[in-house]
Design a protein around this ligand. Structure first.
Ligand code: ATP
Ligand code: MG
Ligand code: FE
Length: 352
């Protein structure tokens, strides 16, 4: 069976074709992505109305592109999968609307997919796919969760952030430091030149005794350091080469604080569950310091760590087509003929 995946929950339009063999793992045939980062950069964040309008422009050409790259015809698609939520309502509606229209046009059923389940299952597309059960650290722009995963659709929430997500902590700190949107990768690059012990930053809830996180205090602490230097809201000072080294120190200190919390909490969840496998998913999973520290600490404990391929850490259509394929394969979902625009901007993964 052939599954088309459509992702449009935020600021990337992603389309992909996945083949689901009678037996064996789903195979990614083609995927295509358009990122709106350049468009939103001028505003320092995603502008929802602009995002929706751009998804409309991109979604059909990208669908044509993946069909042609995979050498398939439109009527060979068996199921049209799309991101049903969570995300921006208007952006989700574009993907849902396109998927429904296509489903009606070629007389094929639809399957709404949970965006975070896409992130969570994306490591199954890597060369070294995980096996169930595992602990999942889901670290994206909007979410930070630890989960116990026993199979497709069998997710138990162990803990999550009580305020900002890890990606948000990266992005908000980076924005305060005058770095372009989305700040995570920029802050990570700057951090490589800095000293991680230069600034004292908080590690909130590190010893909270549960699997929850809190990152809002970190952004506030970064802001306090910038105020002290007299650099807050002063683009001239932030761009001054004379201040570059100190900013790199601040970036390194912030990254280290975030990574330390993610690392310790992941180890805590592994210990509590007794599981020997960790899956890291979501955009922050691309962070090199996080990967190397997890690899080291888990290696010492006999825990295997699995990541999505780097280019599949952030939003993409491949993970949506894959999640649909794995749900179909395990009988965890029934595609519907009923075109539905019932997107879910807020949607709890553990409730699936
Ligand atoms: P959600 O999936 O929760 O709805 P999202 O789709 O916006 O949120 P993702 O696309 O998974 O999130 O990830 C984007 C986030 O990942 C951004 O916050 C970005 O800064 C962060 N990110 C990407 N690369 C890196 C990196 N190398 N280091 C740190 N953060 C990174
Ligand atoms: Mg994005
Ligand atoms: Fe995402």
């Amino acid at each position: 069976r052939l599954i088309l995946g459509v992702e449009s929950s935020c600021d990337e339009t992603g389309l992909a074709l996945v083949a689901l063999p009678e037996a064996g793992a789903p195979v990614l045939l083609a995927h295509a992505l358009h990122s709106q980062i350049d468009m939103h950069q001028a505003y320092g964040g995603v502008v929802p109305e602009l995002a929706s309008r751009d998804h409309i422009r991109r979604v059909v050409p990208l669908a044509r592109q993946v069909l042609s790259e995979a050498g398939r015809r439109i009527d060979e698609i068996d199921v049209v999968a799309f991101t049903r939520g969570p995300g921006l309502a208007g952006a989700l509606l574009v993907g849902a609307g396109m998927a429904c229209a296509l489903g009606v046009a070629i007389d094929r059923p639809l399957l709404g997919v949970h965006h975070l389940e896409g992130h969570l299952l994306s490591p199954f597309l890597s060369a070294d796919p995980p096996e169930f059960p595992f602990v999942a650290l889901l670290v994206s722009g909007g979410h930070t969760q630890l989960m116990r995963v026993d199979g497709v659709g069998r997710y138990t929430l162990l803990g999550e952030t009580v305020d900002d997500a890890a990606g948000e902590a990266f992005d908000k700190s980076a924005k305060l430091m005058g770095l372009p949107y989305p700040g995570g990768p920029h802050l990570a690059r700057l951090a490589e030149e800095g000293r991680a012990d230069a600034f004292e930053l908080p590690r909130p809830m590190l010893h909270s005794g549960n699997h929850d996180f809190s990152f809002a205090g970190l952004k506030t602490a970064v802001r306090t350091h910038l105020v002290r230097q007299g650099w807050l809201d002063r683009p001239d000072a932030l761009a001054d080469p004379a201040n570059h080294a100190a900013l790199a120190d601040l970036a390194a200190s912030a990254q280290t604080a975030i990574v330390e919390v993610l690392l310790k909490k992941s180890l805590g969840a592994l210990k509590a569950t007794g599981l020997k496998r960790l899956v890291v998913a979501g955009g922050v999973g691309a962070n090199r310091q996080l990967r190397s520290q997890l690899d080291q600490a888990c290696g010492r404990r006999g825990v295997r760590v699995h990541y999505p391929e780097l280019h599949l850490c952030t939003d993409n259509g491949a993970m949506i087509a894959l999640a649909a394929a794995m749900r179909l394969q395990t009988g965890q979902a029934v595609p519907t003929r009923e075109p539905s625009f019932d997107v879910k901007p807020r949607w709890d993964l553990a409730a699936l």
